[in-house]
Design a protein around this ligand. Structure first.
Ligand SMILES: [Zn+2]
Ligand SMILES: [Zn+2]
Length: 480
């Protein structure tokens, strides 16, 4: 907590001013005024006992174990991760200072406007998404990222090959292309929190890292921060191979090298790739959670650019109302334009059921990937590779939680799926001059497809929401 030197009240970071601001006496201060660094990153004369840590209050959610930090001492009573309204456990912690911070640029008002615009474009979202008091729950959270700098300098070589025909022979010529390389990548970032899903951080990327400022706790005032619990080692190989691939790609585009085929063997490619220790950087995110039963949906807005991502469940009632209006319109329109042969309608019905079946299985697969977080590197690193036995127990618990998230095709859905496809296939195969036969077939197929759609939407809502989080990650860092 930073206290106003003029009146003693709490100073908060004010986004439009980009300054610390006092609500009671209207004075504003440079965020670095209470710190040992200036905005240029130049160290001021150090005070006695100036540390590279700052004091934060860590709030732990008793429901899900999620943790969030604040430099202020209070938190309004709901958890951003699991949506529970709760009384948090809190403790004071000396937190190591991050290296850099991207201050919030988009205000909460701008964030709410951006989210509402997205929700409006989707006519089927639940009504809470349009409720101003509900979307007031957006919370400004700084998410920790690792920022990697890569240098590739000096004599380098890449194995390559030229292939040509001579008579009956195919001749392979092997080369070692070498030269002096001078390349660098600054600010390759990966999220450093296992509670922040990679799909969300990916969806609101990119951030303009050039606008980063040396960290000072003044920027945190009035906001929250998620703690970094993913080691910077986790992404090092990925960063290195990204830099290697990208540089090799650029070299290949140079005119003298275009005719060569580059060999992809990473052991043979020498690019002198060097990674400096990653810098911890805080990125601003406006974060909202929406709990429905035992599932949760998240919305996040990039606090620098205003880019929105949101899990948008479909309200079944709204969907069927919309679908009914559209089908009536389409039916009237088609009737006006041309008449279809009864048997052709069965072909349509068959195509429709096959598309529905494809969507259904596609969705199940996506749901399993999402819920088990198999694509989330930070999370996976947390539930594997833990050494001490106490942590191993937690790992087992985490795996048990993950195992529960297996989604299988439901029997009624399968019956409707294959029933719809089967019935319409009959219509396609059987030739008869009795038109009513096809109409009956079509009606049955349509009903079965409609029921499958209901299962599809129900599962889609599972896909656009997430299982309630259970954080296994904390506890190991208490001795910090
Ligand atoms: Zn004041
Ligand atoms: Zn929680």
């Amino acid at each position: 907590m930073i206290v106003c030197p003029n009146c003693g009240m709490n100073l908060k970071f004010n986004i439009p001013l980009q300054k610390l601001y006092c609500d009671s006496c209207n004075s504003s201060f440079d965020p670095y005024a209470f710190d040992s660094k200036t905005s240029d990153g130049i160290e001021k004369a150090k005070d006695e006992g100036e540390e590279d840590t700052y004091e934060a209050t860590v709030f732990t959610c008793p429901q899900c174990g999620g943790e969030i930090e604040s430099t202020d001492t209070d938190i309004t009573g709901f958890c951003s991760f699991c949506g529970a309204s709760t009384i948090f456990y809190s403790r004071i912690k000396e937190e190591k200072k991050p290296d850099f911070i991207l201050p919030f640029i988009k205000t909460k008002e701008e964030c709410k406007a951006a989210f509402s615009a997205k929700a409006k474009r989707n006519p089927y979202v639940p009504k809470e998404y349009r409720d101003p008091s509900y979307i007031d729950g957006f919370r400004g959270i700084y998410m920790p990222y690792w920022s990697y700098n890569v240098d590739q300098k000096g004599p380098s070589s890449i194995p390559a090959e030229l292939t040509h025909h001579s008579g009956d022979y195919i001749i392979h010529e092997h080369y070692k292309l070498s030269g002096d390389l001078d390349a660098f990548y600054h600010g390759i970032t990966h999220d450093a929190s296992s509670s922040f899903s990679d799909d969300i951080s990916g969806a609101i990327a990119p951030y303009d890292v050039k606008q980063k400022k040396p960290f000072t706790a003044g920027y945190l005032s009035g906001f929250y921060a998620d703690t970094a619990d993913v080691s910077q080692e986790i992404y090092r190989n990925e960063v290195q191979s990204f830099a290697d691939k990208h540089t090799t790609g650029l070299i290949k585009k140079e005119p003298p090298f275009r005719r060569y085929t580059f060999k992809d063997d990473p052991k043979m490619v020498k690019l002198n790739t060097k990674l400096a220790p990653a810098q911890k950087t805080l990125f601003p995110v406006w974060f909202l959670s929406f709990r429905k039963g035992d599932r949760i949906a998240y919305a996040a807005v990039n606090g620098q650019t205003g880019k929105v991502t949101a899990d948008l469940p479909i309200s079944l009632g709204r969907f069927y109302a919309g679908a009914a209006i559209i089908s009536v319109l389409v039916f009237l329109l088609l009737n006006l334009i041309f008449t279809v042969k009864p048997r052709t309608t069965s072909v349509f019905a068959l195509i429709l059921s096959l598309i529905t079946a494809f969507l259904y299985f596609f969705e199940l697969n996506n749901m399993n990937i999402r819920d088990n977080k198999t694509d989330d590197k930070g999370y996976q690193s947390k539930i594997q590779n833990l050494d001490d036995p106490a942590k191993k127990r937690k790992v087992t618990a985490a795996v048990n939680v993950a195992a529960k998230n297996e989604h299988k095709a439901s029997v009624p859905a399968l019956v409707c799926l294959f029933g719809g496809a089967g019935v319409s296939l009959l219509g396609v195969l059987i030739k008869t001059i009795h038109d009513p036969f096809y109409y009956v077939i079509d009606v049955i197929a349509a009903i079965l497809v409609a029921i499958t759609l209901m299962f599809l939407i129900r599962d889609y809502n599972l896909l656009t929401t997430r299982p309630l989080p259970q954080f296994q990650k904390r506890g190991g860092d208490d001795n910090a």
